[in-house]
Design a protein around this ligand. Sequence first.
Ligand SMILES: Cc1cc2nc3c(=O)[nH]c(=O)nc-3n(C[C@H](O)[C@H](O)[C@H](O)COP(=O)(O)OP(=O)(O)OC[C@H]3O[C@@H](n4cnc5c(N)ncnc54)[C@H](O)[C@@H]3O)c2cc1C
Length: 439
Amino acid sequence: MPSVIVIGGGLAGLASAAALGQSGFQVDLFEARAFLGGRATSYPVPGDSSEVIDNCQHVLLRCCVNLMDFYSRLGVADRIQFHKQFYFIEPGGRTSVLQAGGLPAPLHFTGSFWDLKFLGPSDKIGIARALWAIRGEHGKRQDLDRITMLDWLREKHQTERAIRRFWNQVLVSAVNEDLGRMAASHGFQVFWLGFLARADAYEMGIPAVPLGDLYGPDGWKRIPNVRFHARATVEHVIADQGTIRGVMAAGERHSADYYVSALPFERLPAVIPELDLDLAGFEHSPITGIHLWFDRSITELPHATLLDRTMQWMFNKAGGRYLQLVVSASRSLVEMPRAEVIALAVRELAEFFPRVKEAKLEKAHVVKEIRATFSARPGLEQARPPSATKFDNLFLAGDWTRSGWPPIMEGAVRSGYLAAEAVTRATGREQKFLLPDIA
Ligand SMILES: Cc1cc2nc3c(=O)[nH]c(=O)nc-3n(C[C@H](O)[C@H](O)[C@H](O)COP(=O)(O)OP(=O)(O)OC[C@H]3O[C@@H](n4cnc5c(N)ncnc54)[C@H](O)[C@@H]3O)c2cc1C
């Protein structure tokens, strides 16, 4: 079987390697860091090796079928725990629960949606109308990549409260961008597949193990023809007349029949300058994760979305004592000193969970991912490259490539599968790896 070099051991590179490896290709994967998983990984807290934390809490929805397929390839799909309830908490602690009832999609939320306490009747009627409009306009309307989600919501006369407490709360964390900067096509994607297409599609999957354990050595024993080269930064590729001849990694040359680049977009120009892609439209959007360890349990809820404050999500990581808070599109926190971020987080948390006021904060850690994802702005879809390149044996993957999805784990895995399919096409023995969306 032909050989393949995969550059980058994030989800896109790992998905490519798994698919090609299981199809019999000899795969060598080069990863710059000591561990796999890229942005979706875990590591010991700097200065405290006793505590392993996720880079940031990563969640998925049941509609992320390719990501689940990738986990199945590694035998770890059962480590994802799906939750059927979404908890919305207002400052003061009033809690509402969104969950599917007995009706079929798209009516499955009807009961719990009307019971949500943080929205009024006019907000809800407006949201129901807008959801209906998404059903009608999805796949038909041509300008969704040219307008922002906020433009679209205003066109649908959404109330300010519905925008702030419902649309904003769901979409900013799903797409990692503000509604006024996010292309409406991404908002449609999330609601169409996650909320309307199937009654269980919204269920939120949370890994029950540290992220890094999902890609541990046991899973790869099932795919022995994938070899890993860790701490092996690919410095550059060797290109010659439309073909890639090799890569230089740690001062040594390595060659294969085919190459998959699963690098982030900002690394590409340095490693493969010959590709000469127009990346001018790509900008980053940050995410901040705040890890807090208290001396006692703060809450029994497994997770919750926090309304009207800077902190957007709370994840209960260990019996209510270790909580992780997540802020997507966190530009307001980028310049803020870490001690202030922690103080803000504790202050806000106390508004939702009164036990925080009596508790002692034992330790805290802030992870500011300035380059968390690309900013999914209007007009960018055309600039996202497909897997094929001008080189006959080089293919692109990465959550920023044209995966059809926003910059999330499902998008990264899809891009990896698409690049792997392109490799098989180039060999003349085409194979399919990509699973279709649920609708
Ligand atoms: C804080 C945060 C929270 C997030 N939350 C979620 C979430 O809840 N749900 C969700 O679905 N998605 C989430 N995402 C997005 C998700 O993590 C990414 O979409 C996905 O992990 C991207 O995978 P990738 O393989 O495309 O890129 P990356 O993970 O960036 O992988 C690229 C790899 O290439 C390696 N590399 C770079 N240069 C070289 C080189 N020269 N040679 C060799 N290797 C190199 C890097 O070390 C890295 O391992 C989050 C992202 C962040 C940062």
